[in-house]
Design a protein around this ligand. Sequence first.
Ligand code: FEO
Length: 182
Amino acid sequence: MLSPKMNDALNEQINREMYSAFIYMSMSNRCNELGLKGFTNWFMVQYHEEMFHSMRIYEYVCRQGGKVTLKAIAQPPADFASPLDMMTKTLEHERYITQSINNLMDLAISEKDHATQIFLQWYVTEQVEEEENDNEIIAQLKLIQDSPHGLMMIDRDLAGRMATVPTDFSKGVEAAAKASAG
Ligand code: FEO
């Protein structure tokens, strides 16, 4: 059972995660325009990750007998100067998402909502990984400075990123996650 306040807060987070997906789709498109196929791939994989994050909350609200209310997704930015600009903005955005997860956890703790605390723990861990990935790529981009050769090497590396989350939620999100984990 979810309190009305927790139900509303989770609906806000569904929206934040979907907006995250939109930002990364927009960045993927920009990278495609720049001819950076590896970055294009990396951001599209990130898009799938965010849709999965969103859909996990969606399913959790349903399973708890709550009410999912989908809200309008804001238009994401589209003009980015460079891969470093995009990765820096990605890290800034992820720090904002981390804070929003922390706020949700604080609410779950204050309400003694144990089930939601356990559910949110996965997101707490996930955010550490997300920020770590972004920091790593930013460090590499700073290292190569303006070297086109260095940029192409990073791009080739990012082309290998594969989606590890399910993308078909028609049979349920957790069931799809278990199936994709083997
Ligand atoms: Fe769903 Fe990138 O946080």
